[in-house]
Design a protein around this ligand. Structure first.
Ligand code: ADP
Ligand code: MG
Length: 332
């Protein structure tokens, strides 16, 4: 929100924060909830801490959601408008950002379902246009792109197409037949990611999942003299790698070459978002990572972006929560 106004989802980058309740593990360890949403836009650190570096204690965003907010509410107030841009021919990206176990998947899986329902609702109400939906899904792990709809295929290459920009070569794109078909495809992708998690330790905390829906629409031709106009746009639902991957790398500098601590895509996304939020002047390093190359057409320019930052209220996570809030502050 470059002009400082909070609230409107019409802003280019809409930044919200969702605080989850303390979980079982945190409760068992007698952990304390340190954060509280004091109104619709401000989240506050409740307790005085000896470490003064934790100040400021209050952070303001376009929208904040407390522990009692439902995912429907989060969707309605922080993602719906951005999502529905896609039916009007504008590209959009909805991100979940936060440390592992902060609620990214919980939030993004729900948001995606509500988005699908709304998109179908819109299409049902606009019979004057004809819609064609295509779905694809990717996972980026250690800068390798995997086709989530064809999990056994090898890593996919990115190609530069003079007209379409960066294209993921051989990525499966499924023509969606109806809403149930789309929900089935989405749940297949989530289950694939779960498989990866057990096969390879911590995969999901280190990988990015991109679910991508492309919608083409054209006016139904009523007479042969009438001209059709075709709109085409893409909406991306992105469940990011755990943000501790970015801050670990930053805080330990020397570890940059150590595979397990690199997350080039997450670091580059942070840089790209910061540059975009500060205006469109200067070089935006989209090409520095797979994630930002793939999303280039849906980030910046006329595209719309919503970032939902998820965080734990627990004192034991205060360092990571603060990092998340700093990221969110840079994005607005
Ligand atoms: P992440 O994807 O960021 O690693 P998850 O979405 O898997 O985190 O959430 C971790 C756990 O916390 C899950 O068991 C999830 O159901 C729970 N959880 C997350 N957010 C909420 C919330 N807002 N309300 C209730 N439970 C939540
Ligand atoms: Mg997750």
């Amino acid at each position: 929100s470059a002009d400082g106004s909070a609230g409107g989802q019409d802003e280019k980058i809409f930044v919200s924060v969702r605080l989850r309740p303390l979980n079982e593990k945190e409760l068992v360890q007698n952990d304390v909830a340190d954060w509280e949403c004091i109104n619709n836009t401000t989240i506050m650190f409740k307790h005085a801490m000896p470490d003064r570096s934790l100040f400021p204690t209050a952070y303001t965003f376009d929208r904040v959601f407390g522990t009692d907010a439902s995912t429907k509410k989060v969707y309605d107030e922080a993602a719906k408008e951005v999502t529905l841009c896609v039916v009007n021919g504008m590209n959009a990206s909805i991100f979940a950002y936060g440390q592992t176990s902060s609620g990214k998947t919980y939030t993004m899986s729900g948001v995606t379902e509500f988005a699908v329902a709304d998109i179908y609702d819109y299409m049902d109400k606009h019979h004057e246009r004809e819609f064609v939906l295509k779905f694809s899904a990717m996972e980026i792990y250690n800068e390798a792109v995997k086709d989530l709809l064809c999990p056994d295929s090898g890593p996919l290459r990115l190609l530069d197409d003079p007209e379409r920009g960066t294209v993921v070569e051989k990525l499966t794109e499924v023509a969606v037949t109806d809403v149930d078909h789309l929900l089935e495809l989405i749940s297949f992708c989530y289950s694939q990611r779960q498989v990866g998690e057990t096969a390879l330790n911590e995969t999901s905390s280190r990988s990015h999942q991109i679910l991508r829906l492309t919608i083409e629409s054209s006016a139904r031709v009523l007479s042969s003299t009438e001209k059709t106009s075709t709109l085409s746009a893409t909406v991306n639902f992105i469940d990011l790698a755990g943000s501790e991957r970015a801050s670990q790398t930053r805080s330990t500098g020397t570890r940059l070459k150590e595979g397990s601590h690199i997350n080039r895509s997450l670091l580059t996304l942070g840089t790209v978002i910061r540059k975009l939020s500060k205006g469109r002047n200067g070089h935006v390093p989209y090409r520095d990572s797979k994630l930002t190359r793939i999303l280039q057409n849906s980030l910046g320019g006329n595209a719309r972006t919503a970032i939902i930052c998820t965080m734990s209220p627990a004192r034991s996570h205060v360092e990571q929560s603060r990092n998340t809030l700093l990221f969110a502050s840079c994005a607005k």
